[in-house]
Design a protein around this ligand. Sequence first.
Ligand code: GMT
Length: 384
Amino acid sequence: MKIGITCYPTYGGSGIVATELGLELANRGHEVHFITYANPIRLDANIPRIHYHEVEVSNYPLFQYPPYCLALASRMADVAETYQLDLLHVHYAIPHSIAAMLARQMLAPRRRLPYITTLHGTDITLVGVDPSYFAITKFSIEQSDGITAISNDLRSDTVKTFGVRNEIRVIHNFVNCDTYSPAPEEKSVQPTLIHLSNFRPVKRVLDCVRILAEVRKTVDARLLMAGDGPERGPAEHLAAQLAVRNSVEFLGKQNHVERLIRKAHVLLMPSEMESFGLAALEAMACGVVPVATRVGGVPELITDGVDGCLESVSDIERLAARTAELLMDSALHASMATAARKAAVDRFSTESLIPQYERYYEDVLSGAVGASAVGDRRSIDPSL
Ligand code: GMT
C-alpha cells in the first residue's frame, strides 16, 4: 500500500507512535509518505520506501495566525495525487483530521482518498473537550473513513464525550522489543529512577521529584529526567527546595531513549491522565518496572503487583513506598522486571500490533468500515 502519515513530528507519544508505525510499515514493504512541518524525530535519513514531504506555511503579514491546517491540506492533496497514495493516516485529531478531510474533498472529483484518524489521548481528553474545539473535533472524527483509539478507555471516553457512533477500533500502542530490550550490563550500580515525558502539567513531573525525596529517606537513589517542556524549570526549583538537586539529572530531549531507560530500575509515570502510557511500555520492554498512576488506559498495560505498580494520582506516600520496596527487594524487582518484559513481548510487540493496522487499512479501503458503512447500516436500522 501507499500510505500518507501525518503527525506532530516533535517529542510526544503520538508522533513517536506515528513515526515507528511508518518505519515498521516500510520494513514490511509498504511505501510511506510522511507529510509534516518537520522531519519526525525518530526518523533517520535514507530509509528505503520512506519519503518525507515538508509542509511550508508562508506567513503573510495579514495573518495573525498562519493557516497551517490549509497548507497541510494542500500538501496532502498534492502528495496523494503525485504519488497515488491509497489512504491518509493522521495521528491526533486536531487539526490533522480536518486537513485530511479537505484533501479528500479536493481529490473527490478525480479519485477516492480515504483517511483514518488515530486518537491518542489529549486530542480528546484536553484539547477536544475545550469549547473552542469541541464541535470541530466531533465533526472531524465522524467524517473519518476509519477511526482507531490507542486504548479501550480512550474509545469509551470518545463515545461518551462526543456521542460518536462510528466504529472505533482499538489498536494499542506497540513497542519494538528488539530495539527496546534489557541490557543488565548497562544497568546503573546506584538505584536509579527515570521519568520520560514532554514535561507538560498533565504528566505531574513535580511528583517525580517529590517521590525521589521520599525514597531517598531510605534508599540512596537518583532520578534521571529525560525530556523537556514547561514543567522543567519548576521541577528543578522543587528539587533544590527539597534538597535533592544533586540527585536529579535533567537530561533534556533525548533521541535514543532505549539506551537511557536500560540504566534505570524503575520508571516513574505519576500522570494526571494517560490514555495508554507509551513511556511505561518502552520501559517494560527494557525490563524496567513502571510505578504509575491508575488512570485512563494505564490498567490495560500494567497489571498491578505483577508487572508494575499502580497507585492513585498525587499519592506520593504510596508511590514512593512502592518504589522504595522495588529498590530494596532485588527478588521482587527481578520477578516484576521479567513479567514486564514478558507483557511487552506477548501483548504489545510490533509483530502483533502492526498487522492490526494493516488489516484496518484493508478494511477501510474495501469499504468494510467507515462513515459510509455506518450510513448504509443506518438506512437498514434507524436506531443506529
Ligand atoms: O502527553 C503525551 O504523552 C503526549 C501525547 C501525544 O498525544 O503525543 O501522548 C498520548 O499519546 C501516546 C501515544 O499514543 C499515549 O501513550 C499517551 O498515553 C497519550 N498521553 C496522554 O493521554 C496524556
